[in-house]
Structures are given as C-alpha cells and as structure tokens.
Design a protein around this ligand. Structure first.
Ligand code: HEM
Length: 181
C-alpha cells in the first residue's frame, strides 16, 4: 500500500486526537516500518489495519466507522491532488463508473507498484449505479467512505445500499447507489 495512504491516515488521526496521542499510539504498535512513512514508499496493508485497530481502541469508535471516515477523508485529498479526474464528470455516478477503466488506470501508470482493487459497474437506470468492489485487502468500509465522499463532492443527495459478499481471502461489497430524483 502506498505511503501516501498512511501519511493521510496519520493526518486524519492527528486532527482528531492530537499529534502527541498519535505518536504514543504509533509507538505502542511496534510497527515493522517504525511508523515513519514516505509518501512514495510502499508498506504492508497489515500496518494500516494495526493502526486503525489501535485508533479504535483509543477512541472507542468501531474500526469499520474509522475506515469509512478515512475513505471520506481520502476522497477529499484526491479531489485536491487530482482535480482533472473530477472536472469532466457530469455526476458522481459517472465518476464512480470511471474508476476502473480510467482513474485507477492512470494511477497505475504513475505508480506501477500500486495495489488496487477491481470494480465492476452496471448502470441499472439513469439514476442508479451498481458498483461491485473486490479486493484481497479488507477495505470494504474504506471503499464505502470513498463512495460517500464522491457523492458529497458532486452535491446531489443519494441513497447507498450495501451488500457484503465477501468470502475467505476476498473482500466483496456490492453498492447500489440511487441518486435523488
Ligand atoms: C482522483 C481520484 C482517485 C485517485 C487518484 C485514486 C488513487 C488511489 C490510490 C493511489 C490508491 C492506493 C493504492 C495503494 O495503496 O497501493 C487507491 C486505492 C483505492 N481506491 Fe482509488 N483513487 C481515486 C478515486 C477513487 C474513488 C472515487 C473510489 C471510490 C470507490 C476509489 C476506490 C479505491 C479503493 C476502495 C481503494 C483501496 C482498496 C483496496 O486496496 O482494496 N478510488 N486509489
């Protein structure tokens, strides 16, 4: 997993808990990397899970809520760092439908070692998109937060239904996203 993801997680945590508490938590986690992340480096996803677990223990917030909040946070960062991807999309459904075939394709050109999930999309009607997330990493809640962040960014109310279809070794989440009429 890219270092930039860890850098952002620690920034979100610092905003919520303060730098000192985050430093103490990182230390208590005894991470192989020592918790010093370079945005361009690569680190095991297991370290992200360890950090989220430790932040959850410290704050009392469930891990899945923290992952989801982090997805929303990350989406805001993507909008700031990569505005071009968002500019030509008419709405959130168009953006979400373009991740697999356009956005993440460009991301892979920039960072050939990136670990990305796969998405299948099906347009059920002009207002409804079904997005199926698959990944060897347990990040369905992070994905949920990214979808919410994307809907917020485009500013049209929507309902997200989620079905968890995970099986051993693979996280699978099916999101059915309906834009308000
Ligand atoms: C400009 C927009 C975007 C950029 C630049 C971008 C880039 C990235 C990058 C760099 C990663 C990390 C991979 C790694 O750590 O090795 C990632 C992961 C991911 N992205 Fe995107 N992304 C964008 C938009 C989105 C949106 C809108 C979604 C909404 C569904 C999304 C879903 C995900 C998910 C779920 C993961 C991680 C899940 C996993 O590894 O299983 N991305 N993306």
């Amino acid at each position: 997993m890219k270092g930039m993801v860890f850098v952002e997680l620690l920034q979100m945590a610092e905003q919520a808990m303060g730098e000192e508490a985050v430093d103490d938590i990182i230390e208590s986690c005894d991470l192989p990397s020592g918790g010093a992340y370079s945005a361009v480096g690569n680190y095991p996803c297991a370290e992200l899970m360890t950090l989220v677990q430790a932040f959850s223990a410290h704050t009392g917030a469930p891990e899945n809520d923290l992952q989801r909040a982090f997805g929303r946070w990350m989406h805001e960062r993507f909008v700031v760092s990569y505005p071009a991807f968002f500019r030509d999309k008419p709405d959130a459904l168009a953006m979400l439908a373009a991740i697999e075939g356009e956005v993440h394709v460009e991301v892979r050109k920039l960072y050939p070692d990136v670990e990305l999930p796969t998405f299948e999309t099906e347009r059920l009607s002009p207002r409804v998109l079904r997005l199926t997330y698959r990944s060897p990493r347990p990040l369905s809640d992070f994905c949920h937060g990214l979808v919410e962040g994307c809907l917020d960014h485009f500013g049209r109310a929507a309902v997200i239904e989620r079905r968890d279809l995970s099986r051993p070794g693979e996280s699978v989440a099916e999101f059915t996203i309906t834009l308000a009429a």
